[in-house]
Ligand binder design. Structure first.
Ligand SMILES: Nc1nc2c(ncn2[C@@H]2O[C@H](COP(=O)(O)OP(=O)(O)O)[C@@H](O)[C@H]2O)c(=O)[nH]1
Ligand SMILES: [Mg+2]
Length: 218
């Protein structure tokens, strides 16, 4: 019985996600679902991406948090259209929340929409929101064993970013071991080491985004 209920919720979510996708396709908006644990660097990545791409294309952001508008305020300060979703305790964004947020954004002016999901490596992996690509920001201080602990998240995503590589000299993190762990469950994801603080690797990241935007829709 419980399984049936959960399946019903996920089916309903998928239906709304498909509607979101139709809306985004109609405005030629490419969307990224940015997921990570709290503090891995989702907001830092989004702000860095805005800096690097805003001259080339229209950017918009949806910020998902349990509470507060701290991250949305940082995006709005850059003059970028942003909607904050406060989930009020829920550990992930769902397609219905995104549908509401989309109605508050000037989609015709937005070629790249970045969605910061709630900080969590479990629930966001289960709920599609209609995104074109799923991106995971992992970070050096979290350790190199996380793929084994959160396999669904690492299996689902199209890119795994390794943020905070500026901290490699200070933290025990084996890049090779991490890569082997990711590859044991995901053969296709791009793995991109970077630092939002120093800017190292950010060209590789924005290059990946532009390449995915130019390629076939998923
Ligand atoms: N050393 C270092 N710190 C970073 C880097 N990226 C983000 N941070 C810091 O990590 C903390 C959390 O970043 P934030 O972007 O808010 O993470 P979020 O919770 O995933 O959105 C902040 O203090 C950032 O300044 C990085 O590349 N290197
Ligand atoms: Mg954040």
């Amino acid at each position: 019985m419980e399984v049936k209920v959960l399946k019903g919720i996920l089916d309903a979510n998928d239906r709304i996600a498909a509607e979101n996708r139709r809306l985004l396709d109609a405005s030629r908006t490419f969307s990224l679902n940015v997921m990570a644990s709290p503090g891995a660097g989702k907001t830092s990545l989004i702000l860095s991406t805005i800096e690097r791409l805003r001259e080339r294309l229209g950017v918009g952001v949806i910020e998902g948090d349990i509470s507060s508008t701290v991250d949305a305020d940082a995006v709005a300060a850059k003059g970028i259209p942003v909607v904050q979703i406060n989930t009020g305790g829920s550990c992930h964004l769902d397609a219905n929340m995104i549908a509401t947020a989309l109605s508050g954004l000037p989609l015709d002016d937005i070629r790249l929409l970045m969605v910061e999901n709630v900080g969590n490596l479990v629930c966001p992996a289960e709920f599609g929101i209609g995104e074109d690509r799923k991106v995971l920001v992992s970070s050096v201080p979290e350790g190199d064993d996380k793929p084994y602990k959160y396999p669904l998240m690492f299996t689902e995503v199209d890119a795994v970013l390794i943020n905070k590589i500026d901290l490699l000299p200070y933290v025990k993190f084996d890049m090779r071991a991490f890569t082997v762990a990711v590859r044991s469950m995901n053969a296709r994801a791009s793995i991109i080491p970077l630092s939002c603080t120093t800017g190292q690797g950010l060209e590789d990241w924005t290059g990946w985004v532009l390449q995915e935007m130019a390629g076939p829709r998923s």
